[in-house]
Design a protein around this ligand. Structure first.
Ligand code: NAD
Ligand code: DAU
Length: 341
């Protein structure tokens, strides 16, 4: 099988690329990535010399580049991870989020239709269901209720992808995963931010009361689920992917401090995220029933692996936490503690 993986230099896409070649899910993997602030070719060093791996630097909104690639390579499937993925950035500047997540997905779908790509997996998120009140869990038919420009853009692109199945019979499936964590995650997201700040003895900024609940999914489990959908998923269907591990943010932060041997005094309460969803919760039942997939890595093990990885890869973190990162950090956090007071 020959796969085009979009966003293969990012956190989850790079894990998929590494696993796809390591576990021989595919003979050839073409990584299509623009290399935005979140794209990092160091994430795919493991496969850079693999004969089945190639890299194309392009924007998924670039019609010519995408069409050229699909025409010359005739891939068997497109696995579409590329996105602007950070909720806080989408609140500060929605522009690139709408462009990449909506227009970029549209460009890929059109090119896949034109070049008759046999299979298209659109990777999405549980954020499209919005906050889910306890004790409910969202299944794939749960109403969409988006709060941020990011989640709205993902919901829009999900619907667009599904419309290409209904209208043009493009063989699309949509996956909706919960919060991922693991090695190589950009340190703007909760777990890598808290681990890297703790290791540097810096404050750990917790939004609002810290009682917001997320369901944590180890990144390799997510990638295995996406592959299960590629292999066995039904066309035109949506599949939820959750980690069966719901925790309030403050509990996650406390576990990180305990595991790194750092004091709880590093926790700094800061102003809440505007439109912050209180609780994400979803059921995996459909995916497990239809493909046999279930999460393999429990949170304690996954968190230990992740902390160990960040401990051993402080140079990787240091290279990221330079100019652009510092600018965003100031924008997002500088006045936040004061706003709360
Ligand atoms: P990430 O931000 O780590 O990586 C995104 C990648 O996409 C980067 O390599 C970036 O360079 C690339 N990219 C961005 N814009 C592009 C463009 N216009 N053209 C080509 N490449 C572009 O993101 P991630 O956390 O790995 O998320 C991957 C996908 O999974 C996204 O679609 C996201 O919505 C979805 N998802 C993420 C999570 C999570 O917890 N991180 C959970 C569920 C779903
Ligand atoms: O649910 C899936 C989604 O998970 C993905 O679609 C997104 O791409 C991914 O970024 C993630 O979104 P979240 O907004 O849930 O993730 P984030 O890591 O930004 O935040 C997790 C929780 O932690 C959320 O309730 C906000 C809180 N938080 C986050 C940061 C960065 C803090 O309290 N402090 C922080 O500094």
């Amino acid at each position: 099988m020959k796969l085009v993986v979009t966003g293969g230099a990012g956190f989850i896409g790079s894990c998929f690329v590494r696993l796809a070649l390591r576990e021989r899910w595919a003979e050839q993997v073409i990584n299509l990535d623009k290399l935005t602030y979140a794209g990092n070719l160091e994430n795919v060093t493991e496969v850079s010399d693999h004969p089945g791996y190639s890299f194309v630097q392009a924007d998924i909104c670039d019609e010519d580049a995408v069409n050229r690639l699909f025409a010359t390579e005739s891939p068997d499937a497109v696995i579409h991870f590329a996105a602007e993925s950070h909720v806080d950035r989408s609140i500060h500047s929605p522009d690139p989020v709408i462009r990449t997540n909506v227009n970029g997905t549209f460009t890929l779908l059109e090119a896949a239709r034109r070049h008759r790509v046999p299979r298209f997996i659109h990777v999405s998120t549980d954020e499209v269901y919005g906050s889910v009140d306890p004790p409910h869990e969202a299944d794939e038919g749960y109403p969409l209720h988006t709060s941020s420009p990011y989640s709205a853009s993902k919901a829009g692109s999900d619907l667009l992808a599904l419309s290409y199945h209904t209208t043009y019979k493009l063989n699309v499936s949509v996956t909706r995963a919960s919060n991922n964590y693991g090695p190589f995650q950009f340190p703007e997201k909760l777990i890598p931010l808290m681990i890297s700040n703790a290791l540097e003895d810096k404050p750990l900024p917790v939004y609002g009361d810290g009682q917001q609940v997320r369901d944590w999914l180890y990144v390799e489990d997510h990638c295995r689920a996406v592959f299960a959908v590629l292999e066995k998923g039904a066309l035109g269907e949506i599949y939820n992917i959750g980690g069966n591990c719901s925790l309030p943010n403050i509990e996650v932060v406390r576990r990180i401090l305990k595991a790194t041997g750092k004091p709880e005094s590093l926790i700094t309460r800061v102003a809440d995220r505007p439109g912050h969803d209180r609780r994400y919760a979803l059921t995996n039942a459909k995916l497990t029933r239809q493909t046999g997939w279930h999460p393999r890595v429990n949170f304690d093990t996954g968190l230990m692996n992740t902390i160990e990885w960040y401990r051993r890869n402080q140079e990787w973190v240091r290279r990221i936490k330079t100019g652009e990162y510092r600018h965003f950090y100031e924008l997002n956090y500088t006045n936040r503690a004061r706003e709360l007071a």
